[in-house]
Design a protein around this ligand. Structure first.
Ligand code: MN
Ligand code: MN
Length: 299
């Protein structure tokens, strides 16, 4: 739980993340390169005295989450794409998390309306004592009414200082849990909708990692990389492209990353893709639970 000063801090990281999302949304146009958006938006929070809580996630089409551009990523947005922009800011261990979804052609409007309306419906029922499974039931109802399916193995979560994913889990369907929201909790609500099967699995790409612990590694580049990660990214997940200066080549950097994964120094957060290759929409906001309602912090 947060004290009054803690709430002020999460308000601050919430507000800056929301501004960063708006900037990303403004830059996200057909033809725009993902790496340019990521660089500009991550720089936007750094210039203002914050750090990214995690690399800017720019997940496209059947990617639901955790895609961030690689080093020298050439990927550009296409007219037909549906893009999830998910981001958070960090300061002194206080963290935020929010997301928006854009669809340039309007083809996936029903999925986007589904998650946006589900998020609004969830927020309007959140108050102390509400069961997470009742929130999930409402999210599924709204998404289904728009013709989509909720993604069942993704959902919202509590956010505590130094912990972006704490209890309680907030499902996107009625999972039967007895967990209830308590006054003073900060939670992220994140409905996902798809026209696929309603589940995600780990994809083949991974550009986001998190420091776990230092360990013995033999190879020199891997040792240098471990030192840099322990120094600069001890607390929050990082992108491989943030370490571009640490190795002589892209090949040696990715080889060193693999060695650190094998040694247990870092944990991978691979891209999550919809198992039926369906299109995916997401909306996400962070709120503080109050006695008779809730207050949105990512605004
Ligand atoms: Mn989240
Ligand atoms: Mn998020």
């Amino acid at each position: 739980m947060y004290d009054d000063n803690g709430i002020k801090n999460v308000e601050e990281v919430g507000a800056i993340a929301y501004k960063a999302l708006a900037k990303a949304k403004e830059m996200a146009k057909p033809g725009a390169k993902l790496i340019d958006i990521a660089g500009a938006v991550e720089e936007f929070v750094k210039e203002r005295g914050f750090l990214p809580a995690f690399p800017l996630n720019l997940s496209v089409n059947s990617e639901a989450a955790h895609y961030t551009p690689s080093m020298d990523d050439e990927r550009a947005l296409d007219e037909e794409d549906i893009l999830k922009i998910d981001f958070g800011a960090a300061k002194d261990g206080f963290l935020s998390d929010c997301a928006v979804c854009v669809d340039f052609s309007g083809t996936h409007g029903n999925l986007i309306e589904g998650v946006e309306d589900a998020l609004s419906a969830a927020i309007s029922m959140i108050k102390a004592g509400v069961r997470t499974s009742d929130i999930g039931r409402e999210i599924e109802k709204v998404i289904t009414a728009k013709g989509g399916k909720p993604i069942k193995n993704l959902g919202g979560h509590g956010i505590e200082r130094h912990n972006l994913h704490s209890d309680p889990f907030i499902p996107n369907f009625n999972d039967g849990s007895d967990a209830v929201l308590e006054e003073g909790m900060v939670v992220a609500v994140e409905p996902f909708a798809t026209d696929g099967r309603g589940l995600v699995t780990e994809g083949s790409t991974c550009e986001i990692y998190q420091f776990a612990e230092e360990a013995g590694v033999r190879q020199q580049t891997a040792r240098q990389l471990m030192a840099e990660i322990a120094r600069s990214y001890r607390d929050e997940p990082f992108a491989v492209r943030w370490l571009a200066g640490t190795a002589q080549s892209k090949f040696s950097l990715y080889a060193a990353i693999q060695e650190l994964v094998r040694a247990g120094v870092i944990e991978p957060h691979p891209t999550l893709v919809e198992i039926g290759n369906g299109f995916v929409a997401q909306a996400e906001a962070m709120v503080v639970v109050e006695k008779d309602g809730c207050r949105i912090l990512t605004k």
